[in-house]
Design a protein around this ligand. Structure first.
Ligand code: F6R
Length: 606
């Protein structure tokens, strides 16, 4: 969602801000803007609706240098996509950018009599005017008084007209990371905007104010203004990881990176062939003492949870529940001290997932977060964290993060089975050695990508597509449908194949594409009957099976096979197939593969 960048130092700030905003584009946005001190120490403001490229165009007319400024990409929440609503917002001596939502902006508008002053429809501008009213020459005092009045979430970067060269920042929930580098001070909502300048950074602590000057970055306790020293962290990936490196799209690059991401996530955690989380400081007691598992996540991460349920429940013989994070809070969930809550999030910042985790913890659950972004809020606030090592995922459509989330969940399932006496050491070892076959299977499917490219010629002309499967195949189908709809805009739904006859089959008519996954031996013949049913109604069937499966020649219009890994593990090569189908469908329709409309990479509002 919205992105923030701020810089002060000897370099040309406008260039750096534009580069930073380009680095944040992947988060999703619909307008962009910058504010900077000009050579006369006046603040200049430039905002544009649309892409960062049009902001760049507008800024190319400004010839003078600047060494301090802030930039923002906005994903509209309060108020439409207009220049007025784009950030930064200027109010008297204050110019600010804001991520998050100020919930009490109505009351503040009344209390500070702002009605006639507001130029935009945003809650952020209200905060700017309140800060201006509170400002009497001391930025720390004014910011403290502002945040005491705010309800909601925020990450602010602020310029004061009488403080050229300085940037102030404060946050609650919305992430901000900052660094002092040999060429100045940088702050951003996201590490991807920082890594061109530094590998060392800190997460701006809540309840602290940051002051950036060309010579220093200093944090202060919000109440006492005492200086503080946040923990310095090191980025665990380099700039290359956030570049396309010759691939036409981030999504295709990230699909290709999956085997490597799997190895990075799994191999360091294998001890004599068995998953071991000692280095992650996750004790076996966490797995031994729970009486149920509750998995909470959103979107693709939630789909990884659905697969985990299908693996864990029969193995562990305890209830495993999967809940959409945005629903969790409103269900009065059955969570207690003996619940292991597994929270899954690539970004570690999804607000609904964070809120669900906080509730689970309040209800007494032990929380284990499976997170990709190091130092993110969910990673910091969970009791235990199991990092996936996918590296930065830039394309909005999640691919490699899904595979490594699954890998982490399979590892947890295996460790739990061992510590709960469901597996002997030999069985755990055997499970895992067979599991590792998925990596070459994924590599093979990536190699065979042309097959998937050919499949989409039929799909792209259809308004709808249906994904069907049974058991685990149904769990993967959910993800296949999500991938297709989010980047190709084809209406795609996944159904448990046995449910078709209870309504959905009414939608199957001539040439409607049906992507049928049949990789589970025990369900194979039932699944094939379902395929016959849709074929009999004219569907265009794309059938996915393991190599060697016996399939009548006329059953499917297209038959794709994956290597014959064990049934429990077919999700990994199938994920590659479904991701590539979605990728080529989007490409075939000439759409923006990496930044689909209306979507944001990290969903930081409810
Ligand atoms: C879809 C996709 C989303 C995310 C969801 C959760 O391709 O990426 O559905 O999976 O928004 O995001 P994280 O994992 O960052 O919590």
């Amino acid at each position: 969602m919205c992105g923030i960048i701020g810089y002060t130092g000897p370099l040309e700030a406008k260039k750096l801000l534009l580069e930073g905003l380009a680095g944040l584009e992947y988060r999703g946005y619909d307008s962009a803007g910058v504010a900077f001190f000009d050579t006369d120490s006046h603040i200049r403001l430039i905002k544009q609706v649309g892409k960062v490229a049009s902001l760049k165009e507008a800024m190319s007319k400004i010839k003078e240098d600047s060494h301090c400024g802030i930039g923002h990409t906005r994903w509209a929440t309060h108020g439409g996509v207009t220049v007025e609503n784009a950030h930064p917002h200027q109010a008297g001596r204050v110019t600010l950018i804001h991520n998050g939502i100020i919930e009490n902006y109505h009351q503040l508008t009344e209390e500070f009599c702002l009605e006639g002053k507001l130029k935009s429809q945003t809650d952020s501008e209200v905060a700017a005017w309140v800060l201006d009213s509170l400002y009497e020459g001391d930025p720390l005092e004014a910011i403290k008084n502002l945040v005491h009045r705010l309800e909601g979430t925020y990450g602010f970067c602020i310029l004061f007209a009488d403080r050229p060269g300085e940037i102030y920042a404060v946050r609650k929930v919305s992430p901000l990371v900052a660094a002092y580098t040999h060429s100045g001070a940088v702050i951003a909502s996201d590490l991807t905007a920082l890594i061109p300048y530094t590998q060392k950074y800190f997460v701006v602590p809540e309840q602290e104010i940051v002051r950036l000057t060309p010579y220093k970055v200093q944090t202060y306790n919000l109440e006492t203004f005492e200086k503080t020293s946040p923990e310095i962290m090191t980025v665990n990936w380099n700039l290359d990881a956030a570049m396309k490196n010759g691939f036409p799209h981030f999504m295709l690059k990230e699909i290709h990176e999956q085997p490597e991401a799997m190895k990075n996530t799994i191999l360091p955690r294998l001890n004599r062939g068995i998953p071991d989380f000692s280095d992650d400081r996750i004790p076996d007691s966490l797995f031994a003492e729970c009486s149920q598992v509750h998995i909470v996540a959103c979107g693709t991460a939630m789909h990884a949870g659905m697969v985990a349920k299908a693996i864990m429940e029969p193995l562990l013989r305890i209830p495993v529940t999967v809940t959409i994070a945005s629903e969790f809070r409103y269900q009065d969930p059955l969570v207690d001290e003996r619940t292991l809550a597994i929270i899954i999030s690539q970004s570690g910042e999804t607000i609904d997932t964070l809120a669900a985790m906080t509730l689970a913890e309040r209800l007494g659950a032990k929380t284990l977060a499976i997170v990709n972004v190091k130092g993110s809020t969910i990673a910091r606030e969970s009791q235990y964290v199991l990092y996936t090592h996918a590296g930065p995922e830039i394309a909005v459509a999640s691919t490699k993060a899904y595979s490594v989330q699954l890998a982490a969940l399979y590892m947890v399932a295996c460790r739990m089975a061992l510590v709960r006496g469901k597996y002997t050491e030999e069985q755990a070892k055997a499970f895992f050695s067979e599991f590792l076959d998925v990596i070459p299977a994924m590599e093979e499917m990536i190699e065979r990508k042309e097959e998937m490219k050919r499949v989409v010629t039929h799909l792209i002309n259809s308004p709808d597509a249906f994904f069907i499967g049974r058991g685990l195949d149904y769990a993967f189908s959910l993800e296949g449908a999500l991938k297709l709809k989010e980047i190709s805009y084809i209406h795609a739904e996944a159904y448990a194949a046995g449910e078709l006859k209870h309504g959905t089959i009414a939608l199957i008519s001539d040439q409607v594409p049906v992507i049928a996954t049949a990789t589970q031996d025990v369900l194979f013949s039932k699944m094939i009957s379902n395929v016959r049913e849709v074929k009999a109604r004219g569907a265009f069937v794309i059938l996915l099976t393991k190599e060697g499966a016996e399939v009548d020649e006329n059953l499917a219009d297209v038959h794709l096979t994956i290597p014959a890994v064990k049934d429990q593990f077919t999700v990994f090569p199938i994920a590659v197939v479904l991701q590539l189908i979605a990728y080529y469908a989007s490409l075939g329709k000439n759409l923006d593969v990496d930044q689909p409309r209306n979507l944001a990479k990290s969903v930081t509002v409810e």
